[in-house]
Design a protein around this ligand. Structure first.
Ligand code: NAD
Ligand code: DAU
Length: 359
């Protein structure tokens, strides 16, 4: 089993990265340092990790270091590798929202393709043939395209990305594996289905719908609402990532999924019931807000993951059932209304300037 002293987490201030950093600091078997490397785009919020910073940052035990920098900035990536003797990278940083990629693909190509290339190339030079190191690349099931009514994505499903987002992620996956095959860089890769849970930016389906319900706004359902996604609680994703980092074979890809397919409209109805229970309102009141809107261009119909490789080879299993996870998520958003207001307003950047840049 691998162990690491200094893990570079890219995108640690985003949704999954935040949960990953928290996950590692709650794992008693991990005693190393985390270097959170994040440019703080609209989706990155260091306030998510304020308690981690207090306990493990400069004023705590020194195991948490935050570096505000762009993964496309080669000099900054090289400096982090040298300053902190990085022996593992877990690469979450990305532009991650499909709708934004349709409106403006360029930043997706820059961050997801060029940024991944920069990290891989710096790692190759810094590690020069070492085998006791690891680059874990985080990717998505969207690289496989769209399924019909039956079948599942496996690790050998041919790539068929259909949005600028998924095309940029597919490109980064190919680069990561190419660096393994060509230069011997120890790389592992995972392709995961839709995550839900705390700290997700409220542009994605689950938090957007919860907040719109609370604010009495329309609940926009794309197309006929029958597109299918496979939902996984973010903690289960991160436990899978950590398992792969410790025990996955170099050069190998692992699919991660919830075995939990939902049509969007059914998921929304389920969320409505939960929000109604938690707020004491009637489900009918929220259902009246459902509004069918023009479909997302190129909207993939169905995603479903076969994660048997991860289960049989590495022993990972999903821990939470969907209703428990969704209820916990609803409760988290209900009790974090200020966080939601701040990330939507941009006020957290002021918080960040005060707390990070001035010291
Ligand atoms: P997110 O958008 O919430 O967070 C992305 C983070 O990356 C932010 O903190 C942002 O500031 C940072 N970032 C963006 N561009 C950067 C750059 N150029 N340099 C440094 N940092 C930069 O994303 P997420 O939902 O947490 O997704 C994380 C990763 O997981 C992505 O690679 C995504 O493709 C993948 N993924 C996401 C899901 C999902 O359901 N959210 C599912 C499967 C895979
Ligand atoms: O499958 C993994 C992917 O899941 C990740 O790679 C992406 O980073 C992540 O954003 C997510 O992509 P999706 O496009 O599936 O997620 P999103 O939350 O945007 O949409 C989920 C489904 O809900 C999708 O079929 C579109 C639909 N939708 C979404 C929004 C935001 C709506 O019907 N209405 C909405 O307002």
């Amino acid at each position: 089993m691998r162990s690491f002293a200094n893990i570079l987490v890219t995108g640690g201030c985003g949704f999954i990265g935040t949960n990953f950093v928290r996950h590692l600091f709650s794992d008693k078997s991990f005693s190393g340092r985390i270097i959170n490397f994040d440019a703080l785009t609209y989706a990155g919020n260091p306030e998510n990790l304020a308690d981690i910073d207090a306990a493990h940052g400069k004023r705590g035990d020194g195991r948490y270091i935050f570096v505000r920098a762009d993964i496309c900035d080669r000099a900054a990536v090289e400096k982090a590798f040298t300053d902190y003797e990085i022996d593992a990278v877990v690469h979450f940083a990305a532009e991650s929202h499909v709708d934004r990629s349709i409106l403006g693909p360029e930043t997706f190509i820059r961050t997801n393709v060029m940024g991944t290339y920069t990290l891989l190339d710096v790692a190759r030079n810094a590690w020069a043939g070492r085998k006791d190191v690891l680059f874990h690349h985080i990717s998505t099931d969207e690289v496989f395209g769209s399924l019909g009514d039956s079948g599942y994505f496996t690790e050998t499903t041919p790539y068929d990305p259909r949005s600028p987002y998924s095309a940029s992620k597919a490109s980064s996956d190919h680069l990561a594996l190419a660096y393994h095959h060509t230069y011997g860089l120890p790389v592992t890769l995972s392709n995961c289905s839709n995550n839900y849970g705390p700290w997700q930016f409220p542009e994605k389906l689950v938090p957007l719908m919860i907040l719109n319900m609370l604010e009495g706004k329309p609940l926009p359902v794309y197309g006929d609402g029958k597109n299918i996604r496979d939902w996984l609680f973010v903690e289960d994703h991160n436990e899978a990532v950590w398992t792969i980092m410790k025990s996955g074979a170099a050069g190998r890809t692992y699919n991660i999924g919830g075995e939990n397919e939902w049509e969007n409209i059914d998921l929304l109805n389920c969320l409505i019931e939960l929000v109604a229970e938690e707020t004491g309102k009637t489900a009918a009141e929220y259902k009246a807000l459902i509004t069918y809107v023009k479909d997302r261009p190129g909207h993939d119909r169905r995603y479903a993951i076969d994660c048997s490789r991860l289960k049989t080879e590495l022993g990972w299993t999903r821990s939470l059932n969907f209703e428990e996870g969704l209820r916990a998520t609803v409760r988290w958003y209900l009790s974090h209304r200020e966080w939601c207001a701040r990330v939507r307003s941009g006020e957290y950047k002021t918080w960040m300037d005060k707390n990070y840049l001035e010291r």
